[in-house]
Write a protein that binds this ligand. Structure first.
Ligand code: HEM
Length: 211
């Protein structure tokens, strides 16, 4: 089950990363998005390019940080990837995402949704960094899991958008909702997973039988 999840994590993260490289590295800016979004991107070229390519760094590095083999056999590489993930991916991607949220398509609901996502991404990344600086591996792990659940908004958004189109929901209606749905449930799942592992680790041991 764990292996299954890991394989999906790599496929989805690297699959969306490949799509982003294609759409923003090889196509004219905004050619695959709604015309209003395209206009917005053309008006904020630096903001969108910085956001897309730094978030791409976070998304494509994230699966590798969960490899326990890499962590134990190449700890320095784990640290280097971690610093790049947080310093380039989350910090730059989050700040530029926050900037772009002010112009997001879909009105106030979408703008606030993306702005909250950016704030949560930046804050969880900062807490993960501060925890590992003081050597608190348990806390670091928790904050990184929260943070990566938000990085995966880059994937969930691109799963929900075509799904809502296939379901025939007008883009103007689905986009503001997806600006929230792409990340809030991810964070909830991360919290539920912590609660489960916590419950498991504190499960009382069965009493030894008296016979
Ligand atoms: C987690 C924090 C993130 C925030 C706050 C955020 C925010 C935003 C905002 C506000 C826009 C502009 C949307 C509009 O104009 O309507 C945008 C677009 C975009 N973002 Fe993010 N984003 C985040 C994560 C990511 C990640 C991890 C990726 C993965 C590479 C990504 C890739 C993109 C792309 C490719 C676009 C252009 C629209 C498209 O082609 O679908 N973002 N983002």
């Amino acid at each position: 089950m764990k292996l299954f999840g890991t394989i999906w994590f790599y496929i989805l993260a690297l699959g969306v990363a490949a799509y982003v490289v294609f759409a923003y590295g090889f196509m004219p800016l905004g050619s695959l998005v709604h015309p209003d979004m395209k206009l917005n991107f053309l008006a904020h070229k630096a903001g969108i390019y910085i956001h897309v390519f730094s978030s791409l760094v976070a998304l494509s590095l994230s699966p590798f940080q969960f490899s326990s083999r890499l962590r134990s056999s190449r700890p320095r590489l784990h640290r280097f990837i971690g610093r790049t993930y947080l310093g380039v991916g989350v910090a730059l991607g989050g700040l530029s995402g926050l900037y772009m949220s002010a112009f997001a398509f879909g009105g106030l609901v979408a703008k606030v949704g993306f702005a909250c996502l950016a704030a949560c991404w930046l804050v969880t990344g900062m807490y993960a960094f501060l925890a590992i600086r003081r050597g608190d591996v348990q806390e670091h792990r928790k904050w990184i899991v929260r943070n990566v659940s938000l990085t995966l908004a880059g994937v969930t958004l691109r799963v929900y958008l075509p799904s809502s189109m296939l379901a025939g929901i007008p883009f103007e209606l689905s986009y503001p909702l997806i600006a929230w749905l792409c990340w809030a449930p991810n964070l909830l799942v991360a919290e539920l997973a912590f609660a489960r592992t916590h419950n498991h680790s504190f499960k009382p041991k069965p009493l030894p039988s008296s016979t």
